[in-house]
Design a protein around this ligand. Sequence first.
Ligand code: GLN
Ligand code: ZN
Length: 764
Amino acid sequence: MVLSSVLGFPRIGANREVKKAVEAYWGGKLSADELTKAAADVKKASWTSLKERGVNLIPSGDFTLYDHILDHSAAFNVIPKRYLGKGLSPLDVYFAMGRGRQADGVDVPASEMKKWFDSNYHFVVPEFSEETEFKLNFNKALEEYREAKDLGIETRPVVVGPITFLALGKNAKEASAGFQPISLLPKLIPIYKQLLAALKDAGAESVQIDEPFLVLDQAALYEKQYASAYAELAPVSPKLIIASYYGRLDSNVTFVAKLPVAGLHIDLDRAPGQLEEVIAAVKPTNLILSLGVVSGRNIWKTDFQAAIKLGQKAIDALGQDRVIIASSSSLLHTPVTLAAENKLTPEQKDWFSFALEKASEIAVIAASLSGSQDAKVAEAVEANRVSIAKRREFERNSDASVRSRVAAITPDQFERKSPFSVRKEIQQKQLQLPKFPTTTIGSFPQTKEIRQARAKLNKKEITVAEYEKFIEKEIENVVRFQERIGLDLLVHGEPERNDMVQYFGEQFEGFVFTQNGWVQSYGSRYVRPPIIVSDVSRPKPITVRWSSYAQSLTSKPMKGMLTGPVTILNWSFPRADVSRELQCKQLALALRDEVIDLEKAGIKAVQVDEPALREGLPLRKADWQAYLDWALPSFKLATAGVTDALQTHSHFCYSDFDDIFPSIQALDADVISIEASKSDLKLLNTFKHYGYSNQIGPGVYDIHSPRVPSEEEIKERIAAMLGTLPADLLVINPDCGLKTRGWSETEASLVNLVNAARWARQTY
Ligand code: GLN
Ligand code: ZN
């Protein structure tokens, strides 16, 4: 029989219960016990519904209150010293690592966060040094396994693999220069043995051990470590299924297939082409092959026929008992269920599958491949055939004007008229900004009042006119605030936006939206990605009204604010029927019109955010160029339609630019701002090294935490930056937008920022 398996489930709850509980705990409105109880309810609901849907191998241990890598660090005692000895409970140490803490005399910043592979999820980066002493503070996998068992549900525990854990980490401050986290492997293995042996004792038959690192080029360097680690772990463990996901194993399969484990999971959503090579590699072994045929990354209904074909291929080679049908990765990147969506049309609803629906798909595909005679299975297969055919029919309706506009793009549309050096002079005449100009990244606190006004508008409790009056008032407050504290290049604060991607999607043709399609971005931050379903265009101007209103209130320059084409694409669920390149170019043309319209309306600076540009890079270096070849031109297409006088800005969240520096330069934005405060300034060395020529604002403080940076701290940052960057290129801004922050910390932080900039003007 072919078993079905889900690699991981959304941890947020069908109604965002985890966010609500965690934030209530942070706010002192919920006790630790109540938080545990809320979490238990969500886990129970997930396990129960997976069981009801007929999934054989149900995951446990994948739940988290904040981030599963952070859980793993805390469990293994990988806790930076700065969080210890402050009288915090283990739970509060945990949250302090995730989000920083500034209360009751404790003042520690959050740990660094990084994008999880090529997804929009962020993990908390573990910090290692020679002094790291692993010990098992708690065995999360065991606790959750038992928790499910007590409910009468047998699960397959999920554990982060040792190599992935070390390889994703970074050097702690106290680590010596040449230290490499992977050198800790011999010290780490005994702890894993302890963890896995306890699972075996508790009766777990198999364990899913996550090694997504295996889909990266660098994994090849760790062949020896993989071999030695698993040789030690396998004998004391339940059956180990090594899970690779988000990409292809490539040549790594040669050593992975030799590991002394029970099975291997591969991602056939991202890399269906690898199936034959992997089958060939595992055929001579006893390995079970788990086939990730149902996407953990998108929301499209699985084409059963295609999935069954892949499954059959593996069965023909290995036999039914050596094949598992699975989600390609954890389903954490998909919303919980389609059942809660009442605003999608029945036609649209029929295109999609969210996590729970995917669980059913997996069960049905596995049953069908097992030769099930159950009429329900045959019915589900037939219903799927009909749905897929209908979607294909819909896909044939393309928008001829959009398609022909993309086909007619000419090379000159990608380039500004003059080089940066010329533009800079012209722009300075218009903008009249001081040395070390100060600005922000766009959003100001999205207060409860703003969210309530939007909710009222959606429920038609207020009219559009009333809502717009309210937004104008918000804009006015933000403008007055910025004038009062002395910022130089102002923003309107983005109060009209629910989200930087969703907002634009809602104004474009070609998108649909969910009501409850939340997915976790980091910690308690969830996003509701729009879905691109057909050709994209802009029926009418979007932000011009707000930006010109904001400009009309002040004599200081106002920066228009847009989200870039690559980011809109990467943070949406894209279509699966046409290339991402085509979707991105369509978005770029729509945004190009918006930038041109902003300039026509008298706006002198426009920021086009591309925080997702870097994270969209394929995981394998061999695939990078093909991506950059359409991603970079898309940004340029969006921003180059204006005169030299318009100052273009772009913003990137935390990014390692080392290896794509020439691409950032090639964007030719007049000013870029980047998240830098948590990166020990090493980022700036890259910019210095390559001689970045345009203006740049490395964030001077971290906005992901409520902590207020002191003026002194910001001065130090600026001084350090000036050790690397030329003074005439430096712009002073926070790391990112302020929408998640409260007003009091925003005001305190920005006052310190402005004062530090004033100091810099006098000092340098
Ligand atoms: N302009 C956006 C904001 O300030 C940028 C957010 C981002 O980079 N993620 O909110
Ligand atoms: Zn950002």
